[in-house]
Write a protein that binds this ligand. Structure first.
Ligand SMILES: NC(=O)c1ccc[n+]([C@@H]2O[C@H](COP(=O)([O-])OP(=O)(O)OC[C@H]3O[C@@H](n4cnc5c(N)ncnc54)[C@H](O)[C@@H]3O)[C@@H](O)[C@H]2O)c1
Length: 328
């Protein structure tokens, strides 16, 4: 931080758990801390809350040399990061992610956003944090559903990254489910490094970064059709990964035994197969409105073998048939 002041943005859960300690640490570092707490939950990732934060920053005289610290999960990272991108046309920003998902995924890569009524993340900016500080100790009290959401991203990273990461995760899946501290630390370091590498190669998502969507096109559709909150995000993404694994056999030459490996890994991570009745047509419709559809065709990321992947532009008719088969 070049200036003296820090705006510490957190949510109502995290503030209670680590807010005071974080504030004390910053003060000990000689900084003047202004704390801002928003209501926990996705609803705070809004244009309205962003506007309130910006007004509050101005009213405490936060200037160009000061910095914003995001202390929380992906909601806080996206929201505070977005504010950091636009406040005074951009001021320094630090991420202190406190969920597994934010440590392995959301805090890395520089994408920030708020949601619009028409959909999630529809207004945003690229804003790289100066630094990301992830302390795995804060994850101790994270609820199970949140833990699984992070695990799905770790699995995605391992499958896309390499045989080495995948084999490591297979060996350590049960320790990770039990939250063994050493294994958690390694998993966060590996998955965060994976994401940082991908993003460094392609900051604005044209090609390389597309692999990060593995499982997410169908995953987002499942969440939407089931009703947000009905299924943990990670369980929906894991189902999307199972679908992609099968599609890869048919359309990208993947081996059946690779599919079996991915299914076994997701099982071991306690990301179970869904046994919900979801309307395939509604799922395809939701996939179409996902902003990643291009030129009328839905693009799927398919894992071909550990460390290699392909994209498949697929027409809706085929997709409908395959989604139906998958859930049959
Ligand atoms: N920018 C990106 O690249 C990117 C990537 C993935 C996801 N995201 C975004 O991230 C958001 C989801 O992130 P999330 O899953 O971290 O959600 P979140 O920020 O809502 O956190 C989940 C819940 O956990 C609580 N929590 C946070 N830290 C805790 C702790 N240490 N102990 C106990 N409880 C804690 C929060 O208060 C909240 O209730 C979504 O808005 C998504 O769009 C962004």
């Amino acid at each position: 931080v070049r200036g003296k002041k820090v705006a510490l943005v957190t949510d109502s859960n995290v503030g209670d758990i680590v807010g005071v300690a974080a504030q004390a640490e910053l003060v000990r570092g000689g900084l003047e801390v202004e704390g801002f707490t928003v209501e926990a939950g996705e609803a705070s990732k809004s244009w309205t809350v962003a506007g309130e934060l910006l007004e509050a920053f101005a009213s405490v005289g936060l200037d160009r040399t000061d910095a914003i610290v995001a202390l929380g999960g992906g909601v806080i990272g996206d929201l505070a990061g977005f504010c950091a991108a636009v406040y005074l046309r951009g001021i320094d920003f630090v991420q202190v992610p406190t969920t597994l998902l934010a440590q392995v995924d959301a805090s890395i890569g520089g994408k920030t956003a708020v949601d619009l009524r028409a959909g999630k993340n529809l207004a945003g900016a690229f804003k790289q944090p100066k630094v990301v500080l992830a302390d795995t100790e804060v994850l101790d009290g994270l609820p199970d559903g949140e833990w699984r959401s992070g695990l799905a991203e770790v699995a995605k990273g391992a499958i896309i990254d390499s045989e080495e990461f995948l084999a490591w995760l297979e060996d350590n899946a049960s320790a990770l489910v039990k939250r063994d501290p050493d294994v958690v630390t390694q998993a966060v370091a590996r998955a965060a490094a994976f994401k940082a590498d991908v993003v460094a190669a392609d900051e604005r998502e044209s090609k390389e970064r597309e692999c990060l969507n593995l499982g997410h096109t169908l995953g987002h559709a499942i969440e939407k059709v089931a009703g947000y909150g009905a299924i943990p995000h990670g369980v929906a993404v894991a189902e999307g990964m199972r679908f992609a694994a099968r599609m890869a056999v048919e359309f990208a030459g993947a081996e059946e035994k690779f599919v079996a490996r991915q299914f076994a890994l997701l099982d071991a991570l306690e990301l179970p197969q869904l046994d919900l009745e979801l309307d395939p047509a509604a799922l395809v419709e939701a996939m179409r409105s996902d902003k990643k559809a291009r030129g009328g065709r839905i693009r799927l990321v398919l894992p071909v073998s550990p460390g290699t992947w392909a994209t498949l532009p697929v027409d809706e008719e085929t997709l409908l048939e395959k989604v139906r088969d998958h859930f049959a």
